[in-house]
Design a protein around this ligand. Structure first.
Ligand code: NAD
Ligand code: 0WE
Length: 257
């Protein structure tokens, strides 16, 4: 018996084998969860299919979270295949690349709207659509970053979006709690993924992080996957509305130079 045996998990945000969602998927599979993956676009579909197959998963659906119809269609597909389910992993974040450099105050109205829509509203939209299908004992988990709490150079509008995402977690936890469904976030340290490629200063961040972090190392997709597995298991049955750090202790160190 695995810690997630009998649980069905929707995994949103798998792009390739560097994705945080892949670390979570491997940990979930190892503990017996049944998985469904979503993708956006043909390029990502080509990456997701073989990864899913390597875990014996053939339940793969398209879903662009900027589109209510996609979210509704996803829930119809889940209702048809599973009836009900237990876990939502939301590992999605997006801002236009030009918003992730220079001063925050240069953010545009459209850049702000897109970051908030894809990175924040999507969690609530998915939970709202999924709610009739979610089982008692279920769990919703999203991914955040400490740039929500303290200024992180170049993170800019994503920091503002993550602050709103973390507040959403608390409100969703309050709404879902009476049905015994939990909602939490993992705040991960920097990890080299597609969403971190080509970001100015990211290489330096990865280089310097182990000198400062108490554990003297970077965080891995597996570190995050294991915490996600625990949080979505019944071992975390009274934890909801929380932001759990998987950052090798970095956020507690004040002098970072
Ligand atoms: P990733 O690029 O592997 O995953 C991001 C995913 O978001 C991709 O699968 C992409 O397809 C998806 N996505 C973007 N726009 C979408 C849309 N409109 N509809 C549906 N999906 C969409 O990168 P990652 O680092 O694994 O990111 C996963 C989550 O982890 C994000 O929320 C990110 O903010 C967060 N996070 C990342 C780090 C890091 O350093 N990499 C640290 C803390 C938190
Ligand atoms: O949340 C993230 C990634 C956010 C992200 C990254 C991209 C790159 C490509 C959102 N949208 C896009 N859009 C793109 O076009 N992280 C926590 C990783 C990250 O991103 C940073 C960081 C860190 C850490 C950006 C600037 C500074 C630090």
């Amino acid at each position: 018996m695995g810690l997630l045996t009998g649980k069905r998990a929707l995994i949103m945000g798998l792009a390739n084998d560097n994705s945080i969602a892949w670390g979570i998927s491997k940990a979930f599979h190892a503990e017996g969860a049944e998985l469904c993956f979503t993708y956006v676009g043909d390029a990502i579909e080509k990456r997701v299919r073989p990864l899913a197959a390597s875990l014996g998963v053939d339940f793969i659906e398209p879903c662009n979270v900027d589109n209510d119809a996609d979210i509704d269609n996803l829930m119809v597909a889940i209702k048809n295949r599973w009836g009900t389910f237990d876990i939502i992993i939301h590992a999605i974040g997006f801002a236009k690349k030009e918003e992730l450099a220079g001063d925050y105050l240069n953010v545009t109205r459209e850049g702000f709207r897109i970051a908030m829509d894809i990175s924040v509203y999507s969690l609530t939209a998915v939970v709202k659509a999924a709610r009739p299908l979610l089982n008692n004992g279920g769990s919703v988990l999203t991914l955040t970053y400490h740039g929500s709490q303290q200024v992180a150079q170049n993170y800019n509008v994503m920091g503002v979006a993550k602050a709103a995402l973390e507040a959403s977690v608390r409100y969703l936890a309050s709404d879902l709690g009476p049905d015994n469904i939990r909602c939490n976030a993992i705040s991960a340290g920097p990890i080299r993924t597609l969403a971190a490629s080509g970001i100015s200063g990211f290489k330096d961040l990865l280089k310097n992080f182990p000198d400062v972090a108490p554990l003297r190392r970077l965080v891995t997709q597996e570190d995050v996957g294991n915490m996600a597995m625990f949080l979505c298991s019944d071992l975390a049955s009274a934890t909801t509305g929380e932001i759990i750090y998987v950052d090798a202790g970095f956020r507690n160190v004040s002098v970072k130079i």
